[in-house]
Design a protein around this ligand. Sequence first.
Ligand SMILES: *Cc1c(COP(=O)(O)O)cnc(C)c1O
Length: 412
Amino acid sequence: MDTLRQEALQACAAQFAVIDAVSLYNTEKVLAAYRKAQVSAYQFAGTSGYGYSDLGREKLAEVFAAVFKAEKALVRPHFVSGTHALATVLCALLQQGDMLISLVGAPYDTMQGVIGHARPSRHSLKERGVRYKEVPLKDNAYDLQAIRGAVAADKPKVVLLQRSRGYSSRASLTIDDLRKIIAAVKKESPETICFVDNCYGEFAATEEPLEAGADIIAGSLIKNPGGGIAPTGGYIAGRADLVDCAADYLTAPGLGSELGSYAGGYRLFFQGFFMAPHVTAQAIKGAVFAAAVFERLGFAVSPSVAAPRCDLIQTIALQNEGNMRLFCQGIQSFSPVDAHVTPIPDAMPGYADKIIMAAGDFVQGSSIELSADGPIREPYLIYLQGGIVLEHNILAVLAAAQYICEKGGGAR
Ligand SMILES: *Cc1c(COP(=O)(O)O)cnc(C)c1O
């Protein structure tokens, strides 16, 4: 395992240097925002009741807006998840009869419930009379020609672009991909609102989607921008008029973004966002290391070691169920929390196949922390993501490799 580790780390060196440069650039960007905003410790204090002129809430929104190049941001512990932040935008912007188009195939699983397309769900956009379409992928990538056609024909109110691949096998969108797609949309239909699901993408590149022309973005604080220590929440950022609409939907019409207290205080959100570029880099390096190790063991990995990284997710085709179990056991047994439990495949609501998961998080469900999961079906893909300390990823991935080498089947 020592040789495997050394060889893998050597193979990662060039990619690590690229990731370090992105992290340095983004840290400078975040630091500049904090310096300019004059962030001070008294702003971290908890608040109560309505939260009128809650300084922490306002300052946090200010630094998010500066970093993401937004006119306005809404950053709240009251968002229960990324899906909640994303749904708030869609529900606020889309009325009966309006059209939404997902431009890059089907969106993330939980968003399908919000839209109510693949399966019916209560209070979905579809139930409210919002019309919905998807532009299918072509050769597993976005299809610019078809995107142009769909936007020109329907002039949708909103288009949805998901930056990360999520749990699909398509490539994640780079900032340049977003720039190309958004330019095409605006050319066909200047009024169409371009909304980017930024989950898993924050700080993976030196630019963010608003810089590529997006009108509004949203994401989760228990992923990249929470730096592994924000305890909960989500954010929305972009054009002020659109963010105000979303704020009216989060709170109540007429209340907007002026209200909302948080007794727990804001230190972890400020500290987490400050650490986020570095922590995101740790997670992405961890993913690259896993690719290097499992490529050496003869398994197919995506993205490859050298491919540009746009998000946290690493997939490894483990060839059979036994290897998936062993992989997850290795990751779980090297988790700082719940190392003693054994992951086993089980049925999950909304999924056709059994799912296996390994996670030992400090923040429940946090996917900026190291976790692995996947459906038990061919080609037995495991999705590995997160890791707030690269050393932990190295140890856990080598443990997974050792379990498979000693007890598994397939590959070398
Ligand atoms: C995580 C994620 C979401 C939202 O998931 P939550 O678990 O609700 O935070 C949406 N889209 C993508 C691409 C994601 O990765």
